[in-house]
Design a binder for this molecule. Sequence first.
Ligand code: AMP
Ligand code: FE
Ligand code: FE
Ligand code: ZN
Length: 289
Amino acid sequence: MIDLHTHTNESDGTHSPEELIEEAVRAGIEALAITDHDTLAGYAAAVEPARAAGVELLCGIELSTKLRGRSVHLLGYFLERPPSGEFTEWLREMQASRRDRNVRLSAHLRSMGIDVRLEEAEALGRGMTGRPHFARIMVQKGYVADERQAFDDYLDESAPGYVPRIEPQFDEGVERIRAAGGLAVLPHPVRVASGRRIEELLPALCEMGLDGLEIFHSDHSPEEAQYYLKLARKYNLAPGGGSDFHGDLKPGLRLGVGYGDLQVPAWVLEELREAARRATPQPLRGRPR
Ligand code: AMP
Ligand code: FE
Ligand code: FE
Ligand code: ZN
């Protein structure tokens, strides 16, 4: 069994990197990619435990990007070599901008009568502290009934408490991943555009240099997976697949098998490797920043 889409508590998962590897062993996972949001820290911390446990660990990341004004995730897989220093430096800048946003978010919420200190949020989220952590504390302190309400009334992009942060555009994400020697894969396309509307988008994403499409995912029905596989073949995209495991954040979703019947075939990883071997790192085009 393989699982190429998982999160640790270095982003919004609840398992530490060590615990995730233990879980992988229990679940009988042979190859595991850690794809934390906007950080490689979980992967780095899991390298040694994975080696000791005999689990093949693959380096991945899930970038938060903007595409036509909407938030769209983008997976990066580094199968042949670790990501370049330029890429890790860029991640550090993104992290700094996130922290700066959190400082302003805390102050803005205070001006609305909501007391969530930065330190409280960071105690939960550490290096990847974000709105979900602010939401959890707002629930704990009784400002809102649940996290849903925290977003609806305060934190969502359309809500009055929203404070923006720098987020890369989707095409910059693709370009950065490829320049760093990685493969850019679109995760859970079902969340990007419903039904066949993804077909209106894919040609443009391929034009940007997209390398792959996630076929097997906990949110995809078997029929959807078959449909995305057909699209991947049509557009010459490498296949991806994983559970999107987040630990207790997504109850009922298990490593490797998702909600029960997920199965990521071994050929997914073989084809990704093949694509990685063929890819030649492209130098970054100069872009205004
Ligand atoms: P941040 O990276 O701090 O801006 O927070 C982004 C994260 O907040 C996303 O990955 C989601 O998990 C969560 N999020 C964003 N908007 C909503 C929403 N309307 N409802 C629930 N969760 C959301
Ligand atoms: Fe997540
Ligand atoms: Fe995602
Ligand atoms: Zn994910």
